[in-house]
Design a protein around this ligand. Structure first.
Ligand SMILES: NC(=O)C1=CN([C@@H]2O[C@H](COP(=O)(O)OP(=O)(O)OC[C@H]3O[C@@H](n4cnc5c(N)ncnc54)[C@H](O)[C@@H]3O)[C@@H](O)[C@H]2O)C=CC1
Ligand SMILES: O=C(O)[C@@H]1CCC=N1
Length: 272
């Protein structure tokens, strides 16, 4: 990047992104993290390569950032966005990671000419293994789109959707998705205790099983269904377990459908 980046909100998600940018060197022209917190996550407070200020008023008056990344909670956006309207000029791209907040919302606050990319990442971004869904308004030039993609690639994979409404669905599936998987670990560990395992051993088994299964899927690139079949001997133990889990009426498919639908609906509600 040729000019500085502003990161507005350096919490779990903004901090994960900033960590990736500092590692990749993409923000060599300088970056500002604006966050009222005294200390930043991921040990960022001790890392060089950016300035931490607590308020937009502390930013240099003549600043012309190349990118402004908005990473505060959706509910806080109304109170925050006004301070950044002064940067909505040609040559500055706004990138939002806030769940629900639409391109229309940002155009209302930043002006119809503002270049805006709406995205939804997920927390594996902290180790470069996230996936981010994105969509852009027509003001975003090709070079700005490429810049947004480069920034988000520091967090992992990037996919673009043309239909903005699908960003709510991406949120319901992938933005919130890591929490579903972590809860599955909790549920598997609890179920292990029910069949007699001590709590610590059950949790160790559940964590390693989910982490190992995810890594196997990533490294081999094999279809999930094939990997599932590889575990399943005819009329064996897995088959018996999957009879319960894959039950079309009471198993995981209808439960996951309701889960993703509820999160997608909540994303739409957060639009404001
Ligand atoms: N955590 C997640 O898994 C994901 C979060 N997101 C989105 O990322 C955004 C941030 O979420 P998290 O990082 O989880 O929350 P968080 O609470 O960890 O981070 C929000 C940060 O904003 C800061 N903040 C509050 N008021 C501010 C202000 N006036 N100016 C600057 N910073 C201010 C807070 O101090 C905090 O550090 C949300 O909009 C959320 O929808 C998107 C995808 C996944
Ligand atoms: O729960 C939330 O609203 C945020 C957005 C996606 C993941 N966490």
């Amino acid at each position: 990047m040729e000019r500085p980046l502003l990161l507005v909100g350096c919490g779990k998600m903004g901090g994960a992104l900033l960590e990736g940018w500092l590692k990749s060197g993409i923000v060599a022209a300088g970056a500002y993290a604006i966050d009222p917190s005294d200390s930043l996550p991921y040990g960022l407070s001790d890392k060089p390569g950016f300035s931490h200020v607590k308020d937009a008023a502390d930013l240099p008056a003549d600043l012309h950032p190349q990118v402004v990344v908005l990473a505060v909670k959706p509910q806080a956006m109304d109170a925050v966005i006004g301070a950044y309207g002064r940067f909505a000029k040609p040559g500055t791209l706004f990138v939002s990671v806030a769940a629900g907040k639409t391109i229309g919302y940002f155009e209302r606050h930043l002006g119809a000419n503002a270049a805006i990319v709406r995205t939804i990442p997920n927390t594996p971004a902290a180790i470069g293994r996230g996936i981010t869904g994105c969509t852009a308004n027509p003001n975003v030039a090709d070079a700005e789109r490429a810049m947004a993609e480069l920034l988000l690639q520091a967090a992992g994979e990037v996919i673009w959707v043309e239909d903005e409404a699908l960003i709510d669905s991406v949120t319901g599936l992938a933005g919130s998705g890591p929490a579903y998987v972590f809860h599955m670990v909790e549920a598997m560990a609890a179920a292990g205790e029910k069949v007699g395992l001590p709590a610590d051993i059950a949790m160790k088994l559940a964590r390693a099983t989910v982490a190992g299964a995810g890594e196997l899927m990533r490294v081999t690139g094999e279809e999930a269904s094939v990997l599932r079949q590889n575990v399943t001997s005819p009329n064996g133990t897995t088959y018996a377990g999957l009879q319960v889990l894959m039950d079309p009426a009471t198993g995981l498919p209808p439960l996951m459908e309701r889960t993703v639908a509820a999160a997608t609906k909540r994303s739409r509600e957060l639009a404001g």
